[in-house]
Design a protein around this ligand. Sequence first.
Ligand SMILES: Nc1ncnc2c1ncn2[C@@H]1O[C@H](COP(=O)(O)OP(=O)(O)O)[C@@H](O)[C@H]1O
Ligand SMILES: [Mg+2]
Length: 292
Amino acid sequence: MERLQEALSRARDRRREAAQTAEGAPSSATRSADNSASGHATQNTGGATPVSQDVAAAWRALPQFVPNEKLLKNNRVLSFFGGAVAQPFDMMRTRLLQQCKANGYRRIAITSPTPKCGKSTITANLAFGLARQTELRVLVIDIDMRRPELANLVGIRENLAFARVLGGHEPPEAHMIAYGNNLAFGTNRVPSANSSELLHSAFARQQIELVERKFAPDLVLFDAPPMLASDDTIGFLDFTDAAILVAAAEQTSIDEVDVSETEIASATNMIGVVFNKARYSQGSYGYDKSYY
Ligand SMILES: Nc1ncnc2c1ncn2[C@@H]1O[C@H](COP(=O)(O)OP(=O)(O)O)[C@@H](O)[C@H]1O
Ligand SMILES: [Mg+2]
């Protein structure tokens, strides 16, 4: 694991040197300042911004789900429980928030080189961890529409199809569900045939902007498709402010991480790599030092 990290950090330094002259992309939080004519309060990451009555009403109107604790435990969504078991995720959450505050990031993609590295698991853990900070409003959108697993992972049994919102067929609240008053999920029960077209369309981006105006999230986490399995993610990343790459120990190769990181860096800001499924990690969860 250490050799993998060293090799990656050398590769990263080389890329950073090469990119030193390039300017960073504006964040969605900065971009949304241009939308202030919409009459909705602009939210900055960091929360505690007062919300309009419309936003408060939109959150209140969402249906609620009650997570099944046994399921969450089995699926390693431990940040739901807080306390010691949540500690590794709380650290990840805090680093993410620091980066978001420092850079004005709001839209964060969680991706991996190949399937089954643990993207959805990490997304769900970050989501529940962030939501324990009650001043934040957090949206989680499942855009891994070829293999939508987030709903099963957290125990959303409703027949949601957020893809229909992205396609403009139905309003957001028809396919969103909340946990408490500051965390909402837009998930998919079944796969979509046209995920690539949807994700690359200007129309879907407009739909997400509508959702953001309606719910004024401080953070939007996108549970994204894997980088190397299709062009779904790479065509969507420029809409995000930053991405986290999840690599699975003993499954992901250095080359796969390197190629994925390079692609991510060409489209958005790279927050860091999370090494998941580390067999000999310190904690009981099984993910090793993530680094940012
Ligand atoms: N830290 C971990 N240790 C062991 N297994 C894990 C870990 N994180 C996730 N898994 C398992 O790996 C599988 C894939 O995880 P998932 O989050 O669905 O990945 P992805 O969203 O990247 O496809 C699931 O069966 C999940 O329970
Ligand atoms: Mg997944």
